[in-house]
Design a protein around this ligand. Structure first.
Ligand code: NAD
Length: 291
């Protein structure tokens, strides 16, 4: 079993971004600025936003956090987003998901200026991604591709199973991996909650990318020997031995599959840190486009 160390790769990427920022500063070019919009008081969302802001500090970016009450109306939130769109000092921003009930997520995401949409969720950028046109790729799929390519895992003609069809992970990664690109050319199958033969699909796959959010769902008897597994899932399970009383696990039962897998991403320390690194890479790209 070979561990795909997402934490290590993400640090390499953050170091590369930091070097680019240093060069920009020495050339009197603008320092990249990432902003985050956080609505409500969802605990995990606050944690994710804090990690993004901390990562900005690490690479020398400027960052801003726009926090709004859960009770903000959709119209007022759109006004705030339009203000950020007009703010020339901000190169890219994200709207932390999920948004509270009563706010239409698609409507909000479509109001983000596509040139600042470093999450790649605006319909224009998402459409470009699907068409294979250069754009901001959504951060988690981009992180998966970066991990696969830096680990030199060849996808060409491989049977790749994506489990989950969400708009932020499953759907975009399934599109990207089937494209005729250097990181693509896999034969991709997408499984989801209505799939009835998941075990059969898993056992016949060379690469499994799982984004379902069911803790330790994939077991050793569901996979073939030598498979590559990219575990996107993040779930909390009770753990009395931990001072917090819980631990973070992925969709894969790591211990149970370990004797059979070829490559695997751990949770934590796999896809998660890559997501933040790719978000910052998109922000650097956005900033460079305005030079
Ligand atoms: P989601 O939570 O929106 O949807 C889950 C998907 O899993 C759905 O498409 C559903 O059809 C599928 N599914 C559910 N049960 C299934 C089953 N029994 N068999 C097959 N498919 C099934 O998806 P999401 O937002 O992509 O999140 C998935 C997981 O990935 C969550 O744990 C989330 O926390 C995690 N995540 C991690 C990162 C990261 O950076 N590592 C980023 C995004 C999401």
């Amino acid at each position: 079993m070979k561990i795909i160390d997402g934490k290590k790769v993400s640090i390499e990427i953050l170091d590369e971004i930091k070097s680019s920022v240093d060069i920009r500063v020495s050339n009197n070019l603008k320092v990249p600025h990432l902003a985050a919009v956080l609505v409500g008081d969802d605990g995990p969302s606050q944690t994710y936003v804090n990690s993004k802001i901390k990562a900005c500090e690490r690479v020398g970016f400027e960052s801003s956090l726009f926090k709004f009450q859960k009770s903000i109306s959709e119209v007022d939130l759109i006004n705030e987003i339009e203000k950020i769109n007009r703010n020339n000092n901000i190169d890219g921003f994200i709207v932390q998901l999920p948004l509270p009930d009563g706010i239409n997520q698609e409507n909000i995401l479509s109001k983000v200026d596509p040139s600042k949409d470093v999450d790649g969720f605006h319909p224009v950028n998402y459409g470009k991604m699907a068409l294979g046109i250069e754009t901001f790729l959504p951060a988690t799929p981009a992180g998966i591709i970066e991990l696969i390519s830096r680990c030199k895992i060849d996808l060409k003609s491989k049977k790749c199973l994506v489990i989950g069809r969400s708009q932020i992970v499953g759907r975009p990664i399934s599109i990207l991996l089937s494209q005729n690109k250097i990181f693509g050319n896999a034969t991709v199958t997408v499984a989801h909650s209505r799939t009835t033969n998941l075990k059969e699909l898993c056992i016949n796959s060379d690469i499994i990318i799982s984004a379902i959010g069911i803790p330790q769902f994939i077991k050793g008897n569901m996979i073939k020997k030598g498979v590559t597994i990219i575990d996107v899932g993040i779930s909390r399970i009770d753990d009395k031995s931990s001072s917090k009383g819980y631990k973070i696990v992925g969709d894969v039962d790591f211990e149970n599959v370990s004797s059979k897998v070829g490559f695997i991403t751990p949770v934590p320390g796999g896809v998660g840190p890559m997501t933040i690194a790719m978000l910052l890479k998109n922000t650097l790209k956005s900033c460079s486009q305005t030079d």
